[in-house]
Design a protein around this ligand. Sequence first.
Ligand code: SF4
Length: 316
Amino acid sequence: MTKLTLGVSSCLLGDEVRFNGGHKHHRWLTHTFGQYADFVPYCPEVAIGMGIPRNPIRLISTDTGTRAVDSMNLTDDYTERLQHYAESIVPQLDALDGYVVMQGSPSCGMERVKLYNKNMIPEKIAAGLYTGVLQRHAPAIPFEESGRLSDPNLVENFVQRVYVYHDWRTRQPWRTAKELIDFHARQKYLLMMHDYPTYKRLGQKLSNLKDIDNRGAFGQAYLVELMAALSNIPKRGHRVNVLQHVMGYFKNQLSEKEKASLIHSIEQYQASEVPFIVPVALLKHYIFLHGDQFPYLMNQTFLNPYPEELGLRNPI
Ligand code: SF4
């Protein structure tokens, strides 16, 4: 797996760029994930010329839409400057595999940022002004907030999406419909696990794809749908379903003992007695032993979604 490139809120890397001159260093990002990714830091508030230290800003709801203003002096309005800066960054997203933002920030937050009403009562309902612009322009790129990375299911899901997106991004442009179909084929079991209806729907669309089709427009629409589906956290039953599907693919190659041990392992997972990694590891072992006849299986992202050393495959 080649190295990733991620956008990151500068303060998460330890840069002292916050309104109070501090940082929000995220150790997992820099010490663990940083072994697999190069980071491109962005601090929109510093980039538009707000100093360090500075008054914090807040989002307020007005008749003309959401505004980002100085929380000490509401007439100091940074809305247009933040939006223009965000728009200037959009072309750079083409070189990124994902983006990690600082939670709760009126500029960088991804969701549940405080939005103040006319009476200055806050509700956590908005996206940060800067991140909101980026996400509208690039709906497929994986975004995640720093706070959510401490949830095992969410961090696993984010890293997985980042690697799928990286696979897509680094293979551009598609020269033939077959290349796009091959990409989709590699995601088959992963997508089946995350969102079965989308797995069926996208498979149908790709089966009708001809070389003369406009792959650029088709590809973007496909990618948005795929990435949205992969952001669903799969339930235990969906994971079991995929394990059984993959096993069924090469069960005739297994001895009775091997088959029994694999079925037992899947049942143990189903009964919450062992983590997901246990039947997956056994499945991978048997595929390694017998799967040379099934290159299709060996290439499945489901089996190797990200470097094992990240140790993420333990959720439910
Ligand atoms: S949250 Fe965003 S704007 Fe605020 S200090 Fe961090 S990078 Fe800068």
